[in-house]
Design a protein around this ligand. Structure first.
Ligand SMILES: [Zn+2]
Length: 682
């Protein structure tokens, strides 16, 4: 339930240094204001297309860099972070004999990744051990312990996904979990849909799989046959997989059982030896999100000859490690996953990938250095204050709701008061010192860091939940709400200009970051999050009538967004995006209330031809300025629970009468709705 999946990474953007810049060698983040007049398109009518009015200039001035699949305010900030972190990592990689253990970890990890000569020389050899293990498999019955090792080393859900989760019925405890998985394409729908584009994508995927086999020195004819086998097996798994929409229903994902039940659900897989090989702690209960998937997997394990499984596993070992191997593997990985599926024109320079990998694998080590440089105690305090104001606004809003009964309101307020605010960085840093990081073994470092993360994850099983834990690293330009933790998490990376701008006045800051805080809070009360109680348990706290009224209100949002087109003739799958759309609307309403309260009694003046109210809304819209490649839009339409940027702005303002008043829009204009059609949830 994040604000925005920002995987964007691109060309260095060197901006002006902040005024208190330290030494010329010290990296600094560039500054962009949170409301930028140059990003607007004043020729557009805000009442006709507010997104174009606020972001038209940005879109024109910021073409997508060739190594990017989309380009946005969020993506650009992430890119600035990469440049900044690169400076930190280059310094950290110098072995001067005086580095502390955190500096040594991140420095050596980055140095190993940047040592292209060694990576090239090693070719496929870093994964040869696992390929041999696959080749030596004697029987399908022996597959279980092998799978455990592959899942941990490669971070991919080979055959299925496994790990730990909070018990949906007792959120203070951690239990084991099994999930569907096993696919090479981004979603199960890629295997099942019969339109021309989906068929083309499957053909292109076959070519990719064949190429991977050829890189393992198979003859083209054999490689082609093997590719057919991989696609056929994956299609079987895909057909038994739940859709993304179904996976938003927490009750459909809850199937708690005993380990013995698992043996009856899928007896052809040796679970005992799987868990022993994976070194799980002893446990009795687990959750299986998708039992039908495991039934089908069980059938296929019996029906397919051993050779076919070996083929499947060989592909997944190489395909998942490809980005960390020598250039033929890296290039093929790019050509399919980033160029064909997402539309990038060029590979990212190696340093960008290496900074990202360091952040992904050692995020809380790199994050310590990042936070020390960019997230002052004053910045933390001012953003914490804003969070409190948004929470106060939400309490007022809940009390004001005319459709909700006092009983449900009391429960909602209790849940709101129980939300834990996590701002900037964790109180306790993760310790990576048990990972062996070698300067001449990049792929090995990746595998060991991935194994560390798996161990860390399932070693929580049987223990009380750690509520201080974070799912995002501090430099991440994103935020999230976790319904089982009932917490909101704002990494330091998302609290930087132009998103949160300490130099700017309240209006654009509340419109932008205030709205984001409101968005995450509202996730606790969207169609999915509202099914969890204050403690994070899956437990109904609504009266029957209130829930019915709530469902009618969210349906209004669902119907509105279903009308929007993403690309080609693909409409928003608004059952998938409903939680995010509700959070966008609720968040901005809360931000507006909180802003009015925060500036009560002040005499706010127009600036640059914009009234304070107009500046609030333009500040809001400018978080979402974005250009996308059509391939990226197609992929997101299938996989992303967020609506496209334009609708995350225009779809919200049509439901806020305050917007129409701020811009003096007339009834009947596109950015207005007749009062009886306005969607009101929170
Ligand atoms: Zn969200």
């Amino acid at each position: 339930m994040s604000l925005l999946i920002s995987s964007a990474v691109a060309a260095p953007a060197y901006g002006q240094a902040s005024s208190n810049a330290p030494s010329p060698h010290e990296p600094v983040l560039p500054y962009t204001p949170s409301l930028d007049l140059a990003s607007m398109d004043k020729t557009a009518d805000p009442c006709v297309n507010f997104y174009q009015y606020s972001c038209g200039g940005w879109k024109k001035n910021n073409p997508i860099p060739p190594d990017q699949t989309s380009w946005s305010v969020y993506g650009k900030l992430y890119e600035d972070n990469l440049t900044f972190l690169r400076g930190i990592l280059e310094q950290a990689s110098i072995d001067n004999g005086q580095r502390d253990h955190v500096t040594r970890e991140i420095g050596d990890f980055y140095a190993a990744c940047m040592d292209e000569a060694t990576v090239e020389k090693q070719g496929i050899s870093p994964i040869q051990g696992h390929l041999d293990a696959v080749a030596n498999l004697q029987s399908v019955k022996d597959i279980a312990p092998l799978i455990a090792g592959l899942q941990q080393a490669y971070g991919r859900e080979v055959l299925f996904g496994a790990g730990s989760t909070q018990d949906p019925d007792n959120s203070s405890q951690v239990i084991a979990e099994l999930d569907q998985g096993g696919l090479g394409l981004p979603d199960r729908d890629y295997y099942t849909k019969q339109d021309a584009k989906s068929k083309e994508t499957r053909q292109r995927y076959l070519q990719h799989v064949q190429k991977i086999f050829e890189l393992m020195r198979e003859q083209p004819a054999t490689a082609k046959k093997d590719a057919d086998t991989v696609l056929r097996l994956e299609t079987e798994l895909a057909k038994a997989s739940m859709t993304r929409v179904d996976r938003r229903d927490p009750y459909k994902m809850k199937h708690k059982m005993k380990v013995a039940d698992l043996d009856s659900l899928a007896p052809n897989f040796n679970w005992k030896s799987y868990y022993a090989a994976a070194h799980y702690p002893q446990f009795e209960t687990l959750n299986v999100t998708a039992p039908e998937f495991f039934k089908r997997l069980n059938n296929r394990l019996a029906a397919e000859p051993l050779e076919n499984w070996k083929t499947y596993l060989r592909f997944h070992v190489v395909d998942s490690a490809a980005p960390y191997l020598s250039s033929p593997f890296v290039n093929e990985n790019f050509a399919f996953y980033r160029q064909y599926l997402r539309g990038a024109k060029e590979q990212q320079p190696r340093w960008k990938r290496c900074v990202s990998y360091t952040d992904n694998q050692l995020g809380e080590a790199l994050g310590q250095v990042y936070v020390a440089k960019v997230f002052s105690p004053e910045l933390k305090q001012s953003t914490v204050d804003m969070v409190h104001r948004i929470e106060d606004a939400m309490a007022v809003r809940i009390r004001q709701l005319d459709w909700m009964s006092p009983e449900t309101k009391q429960q909602a307020l209790h849940k709101l008061q129980s939300i834990r605010n996590k701002i900037g960085y964790p109180d306790k840093w993760r310790d990576y010192s048990s990972i062996t990081i070698a300067r001449a073994d990049f792929a090995g470092n990746m595998a060991r860091a991935s194994e560390f993360e798996h161990h860390r994850d399932y070693n929580k099983i049987g223990k009380p939940v750690d509520r201080g834990e974070w799912d995002m690293s501090p430099p991440t330009v994103n935020a999230y709400y976790n319904p089982q933790m009932n917490d909101i998490n704002f990494p330091a990376g998302v609290l930087q200009p132009p998103l949160y701008d300490a130099k700017m006045d309240a209006a654009p800051n509340y419109g932008d970051t205030g709205g984001t805080i409101g968005h995450e809070l509202t996730h606790g009360f969207d169609d999915e999050g509202s099914q969890y109680d204050a403690d994070g348990n899956l437990r109904n706290w609504w009266t029957k009538e209130d829930r019915k009224k709530f469902d009618t209100r969210t349906k209004c949002v669902q119907d509105q967004y279903a009308g929007y087109v993403v690309v080609d003739d693909i409409h928003i799958n608004s059952k998938l995006t409903l939680g995010e759309d509700v959070a966008d609307l609720g968040g901005e309403i809360l931000a507006y209330m909180a802003w009015q309260d925060a500036t009560k009694g002040e005499s706010l003046q127009p600036r640059d031809g914009l009234t304070p109210e107009q500046r609030f809304f333009v500040g809001f819209a400018q978080w979402a300025c974005e250009n996308d490649r059509v391939e990226e839009l197609r992929l997101r339409a299938a996989t992303d629970p967020h609506s496209p940027a334009e609708y995350r702005i225009n779809g919200v303002v049509v439901n806020m009468p305050e917007f129409g008043q701020a811009f003096a829009c007339k009834t009947g204009q596109p950015m207005t709705k007749p009062p009886e059609k306005v969607c009101k949830v929170w």
